[in-house]
Ligand binder design. Structure first.
Ligand code: PLP
Length: 483
């Protein structure tokens, strides 16, 4: 019965796609307590209706800002009612090239008419071209294609273990991978086994063995660990800028120090550039900030141009050829559609000089954010960023219980979409194609929130809300993420 009801919803949704008004039968089929039973206004109902439908039928594994995307172009998004927003999240940096970029969409359309999937049981005529393109841009001998970022990281971990046993001669099943406190590499089991985010790990144990943690940005701690356990350490996995932790930038010289230590102790340096790469930080790879060449690079997100998931692990032959036929793969990895889209996505980054643009616009953004902090020192603890990879860290203690989420809700009302990371950090990562005017518009909205909305929020803050509790890592008991 419930399944029949759900099917009717879906049919109504599909039939009504693009229409402002839903048929009465569809509305009457909505779950009790949903918006449909309390309103008949059509064009303003659609967002609420869709949110209600999703809440009813989708797992609650996200806590979204309540806005429904129904169309987007460049940095602009429209909801079903036609309200316009500026996107300052870019699907967590997957839309670096801007939404629905015409060249990427054309590549997608052209390819869908020819061939979409071969599987790697056979060759196809697009993946080799994509692989060669990656080689010519990034200078690694080989690529292993996957789909999502988490899969890319998993692949890098497997590759690193394999290399550890075959080349470094680590005793069987004793290989260790070191990662950083506060890291984020996705949501799969191996990857959450490295996480300090209790929400990501609690209730999902047992976590995978073979991991050790070290403080991000601390080269001395890293060397101590390498000295102590280096014989069994196969790789050091890290984000050159920690995105989900709140756009944390390591101290100058850290990337070089990591490179030197990994070389000294024969440990693979694995840079997860899923979020920081492809121009986001104002360099093609964030490791380029210190002209450092990791042994393994993981790309994802913007490699698919915001169109389809494409990820890739890059390495030289002595590492990549440790994986033999049958030992790893994915039905969709390297598919011709993804390959065509990824080639176009890389072309757009180059042709539109998005890396340089990110660097330049990032400087403009930082100047404006510093000015904002100067105006609101009580509210803003720190502003930071590289390129258009930036964040505003709130003074959590002064604002509690008003959170970064509350501020993002107000920003949304003012037409700008951003998402908090943890309770006190607002990440600002607009498409790299954003215009100077759009940048100013976004910062102006943030300024208005601080100037006009925040005093009201603080006055009406619910006395029952708990103050921001510091996030203590289950593993080491230390405070991670700003609070
Ligand atoms: C650094 C990093 N690695 C990996 C991932 C996981 O990517 P995906 O969500 O595509 O699995 C993310 C996602 O935000 C990320 O920021």
């Amino acid at each position: 019965m419930a399944a029949m009801k759900a099917r009717r919803h879906l049919q109504c949704l599909l039939k009504g796609r693009g229409r402002a008004v839903w048929g009465a039968r569809c509305l009457s089929a909505l779950p009790q307590g949903s918006f449909a039973s309390s309103s008949s206004s059509s064009s303003s109902s659609s967002s609420r209706q869709l949110i209600s439908l999703e809440n009813e039928y989708s797992a609650h594994n996200y806590h979204p800002i309540p806005v429904v995307f129904s169309q987007a172009k460049g940095s602009t998004v429209w909801d079903p009612e036609g309200k316009k927003y500026l996107d300052f999240l870019s699907a967590y940096s997957a839309v670096n090239q801007g939404h629905c970029h015409p060249k990427i969409i054309k590549a997608l359309q052209d390819q869908t008419e020819k061939l979409t999937l071969s599987s790697r049981a056979f060759y196809n005529d697009k993946f080799p071209v994509f692989a060669e393109r990656l080689r010519s841009i990034f200078g690694y001998d080989m690529v292993l294609p996957m789909n999502t970022g988490a899969e890319g990281v998993e692949t890098a971990l497997k590759l690193t273990r394999k290399w550890g046993y075959e080349k470094k001669k680590i005793p069987k099943d004793e290989a260790i991978i070191v990662s950083c406190c506060g890291c984020f590499h996705g949501r799969t089991l191996a990857v959450i086994s490295m996480s300090c985010d209790n929400e990501a790990t609690r209730g999902f144990g047992p976590l995978l063995p073979g991991h050790l943690k070290v403080d991000f940005g601390d080269a001395i701690a890293l060397e101590n660990l390498f000295k102590e356990k280096g014989d069994k350490i196969a790789g050091f996995l890290f984000e050159p800028i920690q995105g989900e932790a709140g756009v944390i930038i390591p101290p100058d010289g850290y990337l070089k120090a990591v490179r030197d230590l990994c070389s000294k102790y024969n440990i693979l340096m694995i840079s997860d550039e899923v979020q920081s790469g492809l121009g986001r930080s104002g360099r093609m790879l964030a490791c380029d900030w210190e002209d450092v060449r990791p042994d393994v690079v993981v790309l994802g997100k913007a490699l698919g141009g915001g169109v389809i998931p494409v990820s890739a692990v890059l390495a030289d032959k002595d590492v990549m050829l440790c994986i033999q036929p049958g030992e790893h793969g994915s039905t969709f990895g390297g598919n011709p559609l993804a390959s065509a889209v990824a080639i176009a996505s890389l072309d757009v980054i180059k042709d539109e000089q998005l890396v340089e643009r990110s660097a330049q616009m990032g400087e403009d953004l930082m100047k404006q954010l510093i000015e904002l902090q100067r105006r609101f020192p009580g509210y803003i603890k720190e502003v930071r960023g590289r390129g258009l990879f930036s964040a505003v860290e709130l003074n959590g203690a002064a604002l509690s219980p008003v959170s970064a989420y509350d501020i993002c809700l107000k920003l949304k009302e003012r037409g700008v979409l951003a998402k908090p990371t943890h309770s006190t950090i607002i990440r600002l990562t607009p498409p790299l194609s954003l215009s100077g005017d759009e940048l100013e518009e976004g910062v102006k909205a943030l300024q208005d929130v601080f100037e006009l909305d925040l005093p009201m929020l603080l006055q009406t803050r619910p006395q029952t809300s708990a103050p921001h509790a510091p996030h203590l890592c289950d593993r080491c008991g230390r405070k991670v993420y700003g609070a």
